[in-house]
Design a protein around this ligand. Structure first.
Ligand SMILES: Nc1ncnc2c1ncn2[C@@H]1O[C@H](COP(=O)(O)OP(=O)(O)O)[C@@H](O)[C@H]1O
Ligand SMILES: Cc1ncc(COP(=O)(O)OP(=O)(O)O)c(N)n1
Length: 273
């Protein structure tokens, strides 16, 4: 039996809704064998981030070597990378192992406002990591910072996507959760350097959206690991995150996590009809 493999290079969220925990749950739900290279430990729950403890570059690279020298991987996702040294160290290993299906989720700020990427690291993200990305998945504030332009609505998002593609990302998914120019719909916009594709879903009125970005990017990574095209992978990821937000599980007192079981349960229910 061959099994698709995916590696996430990201931070740990003790609350289980975002970071490496969200990535592994998503990989598992999509039938992909998940592996990890931890970049930082966060003490985090639905109320916010209470502590950040980055690992050394050596520790991050050793974990990537452990995968590269033995198990190998079909796709890689990067999440919280925290500082420019870690970004450069991760980029070095992506190149060394010639991992090409790389999904970069340019995690910068958590919902509660905590900084998950230092300001000094944005340049390294732009110059060193983006050219290695098969797909980059910024939310609106992240795209504004990387592209250096403010974004209001779909036309601005398209222009920012072009700027990000010029920086070297082969495909740009501009996520629409923060774009409230359309109160009824959330449109995720994919730009492949030539064409735009829109993935739309009804906007859910909920505060339980902790880890949506990680979960979405992990689903894209899992589908790429299985050999799907970028368009197919984004299509599945959109369905996965929509189910995870709609079938809410109410945990904690703040922004709760999404439901990583929901997509599989819906698929199973559909198959049983
Ligand atoms: N209120 C919502 N209703 C439906 N989908 C949402 C909602 N908020 C976010 N999403 C989806 O969750 C994913 C993450 O979106 P976004 O909020 O833009 O990024 P992030 O979680 O990184 O801030 C996207 O696929 C987006 O379409
Ligand atoms: C360890 C860790 N990594 C990433 C994030 C950000 O996750 P995201 O999916 O963008 O969700 P919110 O934090 O915005 O809810 C995180 N919080 N922790």
């Amino acid at each position: 039996m061959t099994i698709a493999r995916a590696l996430t290079v990201a931070g740990s969220d003790s609350g289980g809704g975002a970071g490496i925990q969200a990535d592994l749950k998503t990989f598992q739900e999509l039938d992909v064998f998940g592996m990890t290279a931890l970049t930082a430990v966060t003490a985090q729950n639905t109320l916010g981030v209470h502590g950040i403890y980055p690992l050394t570059v050596e520790a991050v690279q050793k974990q990537m070597d452990a995968i590269g020298e033995d198990i190998g991987t079909d796709a890689v996702k990067t999440g919280m990378l925290f500082n420019s040294d870690i970004i450069r160290g991760v980029a070095e290993k992506l190149m060394q192992y010639k991992w090409e299906k790389v999904v970069v989720d340019p995690v910068m700020i958590a919902k509660g406002g905590s900084v998950l990427l230092l300001e000094e690291a944005v340049r390294a993200l732009r110059e060193v990591l983006m050219p290695l990305a098969l797909v980059i998945t910024p939310n609106v504030p992240e795209a504004e910072l990387i592209a250096g332009k403010s974004i209001h609505g779909l036309d601005d998002r398209k222009e920012a996507a072009r700027i990000l593609a010029d920086l070297g990302a082969k495909n740009v998914v501009m996520k629409g959760g923060h774009d409230e120019s359309n109160p009824n719909e959330v449109i995720d916009l994919l730009y492949d350097g030539r064409d735009f594709y829109e993935f739309s879903s009804p906007r859910q009125e909920t505060r339980h959206t902790h880890g949506t970005g990680c979960t979405f990017a992990a689903a894209v990574t899992a589908e790429l690991a299985k050999g799907r095209t970028v368009v197919q992978a984004v299509e599945v990821a959109k369905q996965f995150i929509q189910a995870a937000i709609e079938d809410t599980i109410q945990l904690g007192q703040g922004h709760g996590p999404t439901n990583h079981w929901a997509y599989r349960r819906r698929q199973a229910a559909g198959a049983g009809r």
